[in-house]
Write a protein that binds this ligand. Structure first.
Ligand code: CAA
Length: 257
């Protein structure tokens, strides 16, 4: 891996992926995104990992897709390179994925954070879709995920003016789970990941799938999907253990089976 660092057990059962292109403020070139997708696939397959934190540096989570890599391309070059296919793979990560964001989360950087399941932000984080300032528009889900997260009026303003919002505005708008001082954002993301890692991985996977389905379908189909997944949790040993532990007044030991 050239542009990322992967630590499978950064904390017990919690993995860390760090974007590591500091000179370019973690601009997301194709190779970096391919590395992220490959790392997520490997961590998804690693049974010792139950939750994943994705982070950048204190200065920049990521300043967007790599403008220098894209600048000279034609539409047909873009079609052939098809840089967003790899984003679809990232979206399919089965384990809970938390973005720990500090500094710039702009363009593809904001879109990558939104592709994660939750966002923990430092006070210095700023979220924006500035693509309009360079004559294009968001292409990695920004118009869709931002609108679902913060509503039409705010998304329109961000996408049409390119102006970013602060971490606190992002928290108020529902884009971000919580904002903490800059020295604590990674630890706070680990804390959130650890509290998920204590749960049944089977239930977490099925619950994540079901919440995501709420964005992809209508209510009737979503409720049907949720019910099937709820019933499926009863096929797990974790369901037996979780309910027995409640009755016996002890802490459950989940195995992911
Ligand atoms: N692509 C390529 N390189 C980038 C980059 C990007 N998105 N963002 C920053 N860099 C590079 C700069 O070119 C600079 O490199 P050099 O030192 O070699 O010149 C280095 O990172 C540091 O950047 P700055 O000197 O500009 O740092 P700054 O503190 O003055 O400004 C910034 C920081 C406001 C983030 C500014 O760099 C900036 O505006 N970056 C571009 C943000 C942007 O437009 N992002 C959207 C990209 S398009 C996209 O993402 C499409 C999509 O939907 C997928």
């Amino acid at each position: 891996m050239e542009f990322i660092r992967v630590t499978p057990n950064a904390r017990p059962q919690v993995a860390l992926i760090e974007l590591n292109r500091p000179k370019e403020l973690n601009a997301l070139n194709l190779q970096l995104m391919q590395e992220v997708a490959a790392a997520l696939k490997a961590l998804d397959d690693d049974e010792s990992v139950r939750a994943i934190v994705l982070t950048g540096s204190e200065r920049a989570f990521a300043a967007g897709a790599d403008i220098k890599q894209m600048a000279g391309r034609t539409a047909i070059d873009m079609l052939i390179v098809d840089q967003f296919t790899v984003w679809d793979q990232i979206r399919k990560t089965k384990k809970p994925l938390i973005a720990a964001v500090s500094g710039f989360a702009l363009g593809g950087g904001c879109e990558l954070a939104m592709t994660c399941d939750m966002i923990v932000a430092s006070e210095t984080a700023q979220f924006g879709q500035p693509e309009i300032k360079i004559g294009v528009m968001p292409g990695a889900g920004g118009t869709q995920r931002l609108t679902r997260a913060v509503g039409k009026a705010r998304a329109m303003e961000m996408v049409l003016t390119g102006r970013p919002i602060s971490a606190l505005e992002a928290e108020r708008a529902g884009l971000v789970n919580r904002v903490v001082p800059v020295g604590q954002f990674l630890e706070e993301a680990f804390r959130l990941a650890a509290s998920i890692a204590e749960m049944s991985p089977v239930a977490a996977r099925l619950a994540k799938e079901s919440v995501n389905r709420a964005f992809e379908t209508h209510l009737d189909e979503g409720l049907h999907f949720e019910r099937k997944n709820f019933y499926l949790t009863f096929a797990s040993e974790d369901q037996k253990e979780g309910m027995a532990a409640f009755v016996e007044k002890r802490k459950p030991q989940f195995k992911g089976r």
